[in-house]
Design a binder for this molecule. Sequence first.
Ligand code: NAP
Length: 484
Amino acid sequence: MVSRVIPVDVFDLVIFGGTGDLARRKILPGLYRRFVAGQMPGDSRIIGAARADLTDEGFREQVRAAIAEFVPKARQDQAAIEGFLGRIHYVSIDATGTGGWAALKALMRENVVRAFYFSVAPSLFGDIAQRLSEYGIADAWSRIVVEKPFGRDLASAKALNAVLAKHFNETQIYRIDHYLGKETVQNLMAVRFANILFEPLWKAEYIDHVQITVAETVGVDGRGAYYDKSGAMRDMVQNHMMQLLCLIAMEPPYHFDPDAVRDEKLKVIRALKPVPKEDIVRGQYGAGKGEKGYLVHSENPASKTESYIALKVQVSNWRWQGVPFYLRTGKRLRARASEIAITFRQPPHAIFDDATGWHANVLVIRLQPNEGMDLMVMIKEPGPGGMRLMQVPLDMSFADALGAEADDVPDAYERLIMDVIRGNQTLFMRGDEVEAAWAWTDPIIQGWEARGDRPQTYDPGSSGPEDALMLMHRDGRRWREIRE
Ligand code: NAP
């Protein structure tokens, strides 16, 4: 296959928090892979910035260790690693003080793309934005990348937006949601808008319901204190799952253009109905099978934070009238599996009787593991013995379709960072989208806080709380099995 990758300009990328966990696990290994792919053109550089007193050489050793740990062995090429390390620099800087800022300014070059990745706690965003502007380090063409969480409610999200807006235009701000960088998530847009097959059926008349599942096997281990202030609704639903829902539910944008796409997503968020309490199930994993239980990890024996949530969500517009979107996400579940499943309705007139084994068509979009899509269709079971139907997948697995090249598909962070350098905001959340998402989320959280609702305990390694099954059963539907 001939490469049709859009080239990037020469850049200087400063990573505030370059010594932190996210930089080590995702950003730096991802950039190494882009370097190997030839996407760090000319003398593009990466500048780590944190308070630790390190030399360039000292930081390079950290980057070398991060590559050794987080890049698959088969992709570790010593010559490439040395070449990549040659692009790495470091400045010791205090986001809240004056130390290091003049040194950073001296290091920056003219006529290259300047990007600043805020891989630090959100409480530092304002300080960094202000100093970048005060010291004249950022110019009108510079871009800043900010990490989740973007606020913990509408008020804090508005405050963050306001702090950033003091120094940067919206066109310079890249709010990252790594779910949007996933290959399959973008493929969802390609499948919907580059084919005639699906879009005519993409509405209440033909779709029965949608399920979005993000299931994790890991618990909150080690992050208990942080997670306890967040919970599944804030950590997963308000951002990642909301974005997935938007891509399924949005109208076709007039063009594949950042604002056109984001305008359509925003309309979906604004059309979300408030969720009544009977359409929400919250859970917290208990102890068992070697697991100590959420309460032990959270260090708060009275915690009411949910490690699981299931919701029935309605989009209040013509296209989706009466089509429920069932969302569920949780930790310590039976398998690590994320998928979107779109279940179509029955044909209007059934010519085969029930005994033939009819099942609805389902389009399954797998986000992990094994990114890909399956379209479940009915065919005749082969062989004699009359008309019996069977459901088979039309498999659109990337690994099969792309062969060896599937290995080269950039991961979400790599792709998104390169989009920042290209100046393409399509896959980043706009400020008004984030605020609209919180405006929908806030009353839901306030509701259970005001009532003092306690999440239902569920067994680690299970599919979640019993009541979540009922959420579907009472509508005559069932969750798909959670499996890898
Ligand atoms: P972390 O491991 O605690 O790293 C924080 C980084 O910030 C370190 O490099 C630290 O280095 C630097 N730092 C702290 N205070 C500073 C200051 N005053 N001035 C300059 N640098 C300072 O955090 P992380 O897990 O990498 O997370 C970074 C951001 O990404 C957070 O917003 C987090 O919510 C978000 N995020 C993380 C993950 C993840 O998987 N880790 C996933 C999604 C989002 P020094 O102490 O040397 O200054």
